[in-house]
Design a protein around this ligand. Structure first.
Ligand code: NAD
Ligand code: UPG
Length: 427
């Protein structure tokens, strides 16, 4: 099947690579011409383990092509997968400008029967809205099927999540349209859930909202653990052994970030408000996440004392989590900004990124960042931080404070190296 993927971001590139790898002919398009030019030359503009290799293989085998002429490929392919961004607008709603521009482009090129698959995360009711728009633009409904097929991949494990998903959700107005999409994924062994479009749209938002809730829940429990000198990692382990709860997404830390949870929680909240539904639990989830950084800033302040001048804090990690180069809504970066606002000198290191942040000095290596530091903060759980030579780190630092903001280090080992180590919800 010839497929046009619109949007060569994290989701578009992964989807295009996997669909090509399972045998389809895929044209991955983007209106960002520089991005497409580099992709044509084999330079993948994002970091995602295994993606560059999968793209190269399928380009070489002539199943995957990159193109900046979005409309031409939309017109020629019977299947169009929409994977453009839906970032947060100022009022918390999903900003639909990219989706709407794709719909406009589509309206100009639908001349033969097409299946349009919405993979972007969109508010409930979007598929119906697109239907209405296409008809307003004069496109005959007989010429297309519009299907909601939300994406559940995580950055850092996008390929694995797409090749071995927990489920594939297909929301379609009729069975025929659903089966066309199901057929595309024939080579993927998983459970398929066929619903109407509105349920598929809500399943995506509700999944992210639930996962964010799990994180805020465990972060709140970590606060009571600290008060009672209990270890949250053991408490989380015990909770997770209950099959009804499960062990995943119970890692206490500096809070959730990334391009999805913050914006999707806001967008769900906004969608509810337009129907006069109050999402009280979600409000609490957001509030806990917002206050999580403050809790650890206060702890650091308390341990470092009143003086801020010439106090140096090393921060390891800037991306919103390990194994990605994405810094959207990164708690690590938010923490760096809080530290500089307090008057601390911040020396930062991340294996992949060094975005400009006023008053933050970027170091090219993790050991350089800790030189003469009064405290070290582990803000992202990159494996190379766990494997660091902490004997050397201790020798390089001026003082011995270590905030393990992702609970990824063994506290006893750190104490044996001479650190005063405190994690999130650990005595
Ligand atoms: N990033 C994730 O982990 C993830 C996971 C699941 C779902 N999602 C959802 O998938 C969607 C895409 O997310 P992303 O992170 O891949 O986005 P992204 O911002 O990385 O990439 C989007 C791409 O779309 C392109 N684009 C925008 N408008 C276009 C147009 N009219 N025509 C052609 N190209 C256009 C942009 O140039 C950009 O390259 C969002 O709705 C997001 O919520 C993201
Ligand atoms: O136990 C945990 C798990 C995660 N996090 C944090 O939560 C955020 C999000 O992590 P993760 O969910 O692994 O990354 P994403 O790539 O943002 O993936 C989420 O968002 C995507 C976009 O919608 C969905 O497709 C995925 O299913 C959903 O997991 C990160 O800041 C993590 O550090 C925690 O603090 N504790």
């Amino acid at each position: 099947m010839n497929i046009c993927v619109v949007g060569a971001g994290y989701v578009g590139l992964t989807t295009a690579a996997v669909l090509a790898d399972i045998g389809h002919i895929v044209y991955c398009t983007d209106r960002d011409t520089a991005r497409i030019s580099s992709l044509k030359e084999g330079i993948v503009p994002i970091y995602e383990p295994g993606l560059t290799e999968m793209i190269a293989k399928n380009q070489a085998e002539e199943r995957l092509f990159f193109a900046a002429n979005v409309k031409r490929h939309m017109m020629n392919c019977p299947v169009v997968v929409v994977a453009v961004g839906t970032p947060s607008a100022k009022n918390g709603s999903a900003d639909m400008k990219y989706i709407l521009s794709v719909v406009q482009d589509l309206s100009l090129v639908i001349r033969s029967p097409k299946t349009i698959i919405i993979k972007s995360t969109v508010p409930p009711g979007t598929a119906d809205r697109i239907d209405a728009l296409l008809q307003e633009y004069g496109v005959s409904q007989a010429l297309y099927e519009l299907v909601s097929n939300p994406e559940f991949l995580r950055e850092g494990s996008a390929i694995e999540d797409t090749v071995h998903p927990d489920r594939i959700v297909i929301g379609a107005a009729n069975e025929e349209a659903a089966l066309i999409v199901k057929d595309l994924y024939q080579a993927i062994e998983t459970r398929f859930l066929l619903t109407q479009r509105i349920e598929a749209e809500l399943i995506k938002y509700a999944s992210n909202a639930f996962l964010a809730t799990k994180i805020s829940f465990i972060n709140e429990i970590s606060r009571i653990c600290e008060a009672y000198h209990a270890d949250i990692t053991e408490v989380a382990q015990g909770i997770g052994m209950d099959n009804r709860i499960g062990p995943k997404f119970l890692q206490a830390g500096l809070g959730y970030g990334g391009s999805c949870f913050p914006k999707d929680v806001n967008a769900l909240n906004y969608a509810a408000s337009t129907k006069q539904v109050k999402m009280e639990l979600l409000q609490a989830v957001k509030k806990i996440n917002r206050s999580q950084l403050g809790v650890y800033l206060n702890k650091l302040n308390h341990k470092l004392g009143e003086k801020r001048e010439n106090i140096r804090i090393a921060v390891w990690g800037a991306t919103f989590k390990e194994n990605t180069d994405d810094t959207r809504y990164s708690q690590a970066i938010a923490f760096m900004k809080l530290l500089t606002k307090q008057g601390y000198q911040v020396y930062a290191y991340d294996p992949l990124v060094s975005p400009p942040i006023p008053s933050v000095v970027w170091c090219s290596d993790k050991y350089e960042a800790v030189k003469e530091a009064d405290a070290l903060v582990i803000a992202t759980g990159w494996p190379e931080f766990m494997e660091a030579d902490f004997h050397r780190v201790k020798l390089l630092m001026k003082r011995n404070l270590l905030l393990d903001g992702r609970n990824c280090l063994d506290k006893k080992t750190m104490e044996a190296h001479g650190f005063e180590c405190f994690g999130v919800g650990r005595p």
